[in-house]
Design a protein around this ligand. Structure first.
Ligand code: CTP
Length: 410
């Protein structure tokens, strides 16, 4: 499922030089299937035109409380009542102040006052205006009333100064919006989902390690989809070069032992564990304190000792729905089935290691403890993460009902 599909989003744009950046947000949300109504404040119209947003959303852009589209579909009060979420980006100091005071003298502030939908504000303004005590007090007051306020980015402003006041990246605003929508209607709302990703690095000396090949892309994609489905996500990641998804709790680890500890801590109150990480099965018996120097042509022998099997150490946790991954080079289904039983898993996702590592697209077979074997065709990893999560949600509902006698409504 796609959490943005069919959702009615109001995008309020205020008067800031950053206003041009949210044209991309309007486009992305529309392409994802949302119905996007853009409201420009009077000041915003000095920075951007209605034609841009109209073309990108395919809908009339709203600017004036007294001049609404003639089709009568929206009224200045009904708009806020119908919305699934309101995003204000860029949110200026002036609009935040008016919202905080409950002033509703234009279409955007009136719409916000009427709505019961979640409101997400992405501030952008001069760094001194942002730091001003009154702005900070307004932000605190809005947060206390349940508004979500993002932190502006730090960096070079349009005027020649550096500071904290830049509009957060469009991907961050979109990620936060997805999380807000998911927490209201997503199938995993209220559930703590722990996901591991990437490969662990087992130190040989301060500059070298042994480890498995893994980009982390699949684990990060699963984390962003679980977030969209409303879960409270903890992503425990080995070293990767990836930008972490917005609105998930990221715990970075290096080694299998660190991952073991982080997984046990996070699973204290988890509903679901998805163990996607490529955990190194062995680590050097000793970590040498100084860089090992070459010594002639004699070669180097490393002694490796076993790491704990992290999933294995959680076999007794019958209260957590556990999903493993099996990357195999031979006997895929037989090996995956054996691993699922050995590690006490409810599901395992099996794939051909050689055809998957470092590839943008993968094919997998999903196996569950009841004996189902479902092949999912080759597709991009982000798309595959949606297909896999849908199957996890479906299995989790049945498992939860069996465990508690209470049906879990996704
Ligand atoms: N796993 C784990 N701890 C380990 C090794 C693996 O929790 N020390 C998890 C992986 O995250 C994955 C599942 O167990 O979800 C299967 O991992 P895999 O490497 O395929 O299997 P192994 O148990 O390591 O067995 P083998 O290497 O013999 O295939």
């Amino acid at each position: 499922m796609n959490i943005l599909e069919g959702k009615h989003i109001i995008l309020g744009v205020c008067g800031s030089i950053a206003a041009y950046k949210v044209a991309e947000l309007a486009r992305n949300l529309t392409l994802e299937g949302a119905i996007v109504d853009v409201i420009l404040t009077e000041a915003a119209e000095r920075f951007v035109g209605t034609a841009t947003f109209q073309a990108l959303t395919g809908r009339s852009v709203l600017t004036d409380m007294w001049k609404l589209p003639e089709d009568g579909v929206v009224g200045h009060v009904s708009l806020g009542g119908e919305a699934d979420a309101i995003v204000i980006a860029p949110a200026t100091a002036n609009t935040l102040a008016r919202l905080s005071a409950g002033i509703c003298d234009d279409l955007l502030t009136t719409t916000v006052l009427v709505t019961t939908a979640p409101v997400l504000c992405a501030p952008a303004m001069n760094p001194n205006m942002y730091a001003a005590a009154v702005t900070q007090a307004n932000i605190a007051a809005l947060r206390q009333r349940g508004f979500t306020l993002l932190e502006p980015d730090e960096g070079r402003m349009a005027e020649p100064m550096i500071g904290k006041g830049r509009l957060p990246a469009v991907a961050v605003i979109e990620g936060e919006l997805r999380a807000l929508l998911g927490r209201r209607t997503g199938p995993l709302r209220g559930q703590h989902v722990v996901i591991t990703a990437g490969g662990t690095h087992e130190a040989i000396d301060p500059v070298r390690y042994v480890g498995n090949r893994s980009s982390g892309v699949m684990g990060y994609a699963l984390a962003s989809v679980a977030r969209d489905y409303g879960a409270d996500v903890t992503l425990i990641s080995g070293p990767t070069a990836l930008q972490p998804p917005t609105a998930v709790r990221l715990i970075q680890v290096e080694s299998a032992l660190e991952m073991h500890d982080a997984v046990h801590t996070a699973c204290a109150n988890a509903a679901i564990l998805i163990m996607n990480a490529a955990v190194a099965d062995y680590r050097p018996a000793q970590v040498v304190e100084q860089k090992i120097k070459k010594s002639g042509d004699t070669g180097l022998t490393l002694q490796l000792i076993p790491n704990p099997d992290i999933l294995g150490t959680l076999a007794q946790r019958q209260d957590v729905f556990k999903v493993g991954f099996a990357a195999e080079t031979q006997d895929l289904l037989a090996n995956a089935t054996a691993k699922m039983a050995r590690k006490g898993l409810q599901m395992i996702i099996a794939n051909d290691a050689v055809a998957s590592i470092g590839q943008p697209e993968i094919a997998v077979t999903v196996l569950d403890a009841q004996g189902a074997v479902v092949p999912l065709p080759r597709q991009p990893k982000q798309q595959m993460a949606v297909a896999v999560l849908d199957m996890i949600v479906q299995n989790y509902c049945g498992w939860y009902a069996g465990l508690s006698g209470v049906s879990y409504e996704a």
